[in-house]
Unconditional design. Structure first.
Length: 389
């Protein structure tokens, strides 16, 4: 369904503060109930230890590089020939081996370390919110919106936790980043952190698929390098959560030190955790019911956009029924790209296409999942039932 950004104000009042289980203080109940037996009965995941064909190719390729004593250019070629294979296998939820994850994350870190805290981007670009391990829905998004390198993408964080395929989702997005570093930008969400992933599923999924915590640890090290904001056409500031009393200019965000685990409080924590309040009496900054980040009022949005000479603040982090929602007199846009969040919320997913002054909003429904017909896989529940109970 296509919706016009400049049409009637159908979104104005639809923001729900209902990322209900994101509150760090009320955590573990959801995580354990998520892996109910009945939910797992039909769940099949593909072989977590795929054959090493790609690995062999990679090693051969590396050997060739050493033999010919040509390093940088051949190394680039070597990566690119493997990354294509990785991308196509990840599109079918066939995950990488541990050594491949290691190589992927090393390469990702090389790219991310060079990115600013606030990545400068230009339209045309498609902006997406939370994906949360919903691999079928991410593939649906790419089917509808196109995919890199044909379309430029900005993802606003929260790739892992909650959904059943966090490893496949984040591996695919990281692989696309390696293949097309200038066509896809990945920001950090509050779930790209050690603390959150240990509660909401990604740690458990890594442990189940790789047999220990090493893959999780490698992903976490890579997440430490993700940038926290993007600025599109010098006009649209994008981040996962929102604003903070700790900064009032974009330059102040640029000057932060972002590398490392997300701190419990302060500017980086607020950028990934905060929410706008659409209650008129909530002015300034308020405490957040999430127990992290803060809530900011319409006055803060007005002042921040004027002071920084930008049009809007675009963020994700909250479930919105319609996939996209506007608040604060259209100064703040919330995008959420996980349809039927957690396979039970019934929400539409949204994404936004920007091209110069033109911006269009799109929504889509959850894609059908063919888990029972997955071939060549194994049943995670059978293999790991003792682990989950
Ligand atoms: Mn979030």
């Amino acid at each position: 369904m296509e919706l016009s950004f400049s049409g009637k104000d159908v979104y104005g009042t639809s923001l729900r503060i209902e990322d209900y289980d994101d509150d760090v203080s009320s955590t573990s109940a959801f995580s354990s109930s998520f892996y109910l037996k009945e939910e797992f009965d039909s769940l099949k995941l593909l072989d977590p230890f795929p054959d090493e064909t790609f690995e062999d190719t990679f090693t051969k390729c590396q050997k060739k590089v050493f033999e010919s004593e040509i390093d940088s250019t051949s190394d680039k070629f070597c990566y690119s020939s493997n990354i294509d294979t990785w991308i196509s296998q990840l599109k079918t939820r066939k995950i990488l081996s541990l050594s491949q994850v290691k190589k992927l994350c090393e390469k990702v870190k090389d790219i991310l370390v060079k990115e600013s805290n606030v990545v400068e981007l230009s339209s045309p670009i498609t902006v997406c919110g939370d994906t949360h391990g919903q691999h079928y829905d991410l593939m649906e998004l790419f089917k509808i919106a196109g995919e890199p390198p044909d379309v430029n993408f900005l993802f606003l964080g929260d790739y892992v936790d909650r959904g059943r395929y966090s490893v496949a989702v984040v591996s695919l997005l990281l692989a696309l980043k390696v293949k097309y570093p200038n066509r896809i930008t990945l920001l950090r969400g509050n779930h790209e952190s050690r603390q959150t992933t240990q509660v909401y599923g990604f740690y458990d999924e890594c442990f189940a698929l790789y047999g220990d915590h090493s893959a999780w640890s490698i992903f976490m090290d890579a997440f430490d390098y993700l940038p926290v904001c993007a600025l599109i056409d010098n006009n649209r500031l994008c981040m996962h959560g929102g604003l903070s009393p700790s900064f009032s200019t974009i330059d102040e965000i640029r000057a932060l030190f972002r590398f490392g685990e997300i701190p419990h409080d302060g500017p980086i924590s607020d950028i990934v955790w905060s929410d706008p309040s659409d209650r008129k009496r909530d002015l300034g900054f308020q405490n957040s019911p999430r127990g992290a980040g803060c809530m900011w009022g319409i006055d803060v949005s007005k002042h921040f956009t004027e002071a920084n000479d930008i049009g809007t603040i675009t963020r994700a982090h909250q479930v919105v029924n319609e996939g996209i929602s506007l608040c604060h007199n259209r100064l703040v846009v919330t995008i959420f790209s996980a349809p039927n969040y957690c396979y039970r919320s019934g929400n539409l997913a949204g994404y936004m296409m920007l091209d110069g002054n033109k911006s269009e909003m799109f929504t889509f429904e959850a894609a059908p999942r063919n888990e029972s017909s997955s071939s060549g896989g194994f049943n995670l529940f059978d293999k790991y039932k003792d682990f989950f109970f």
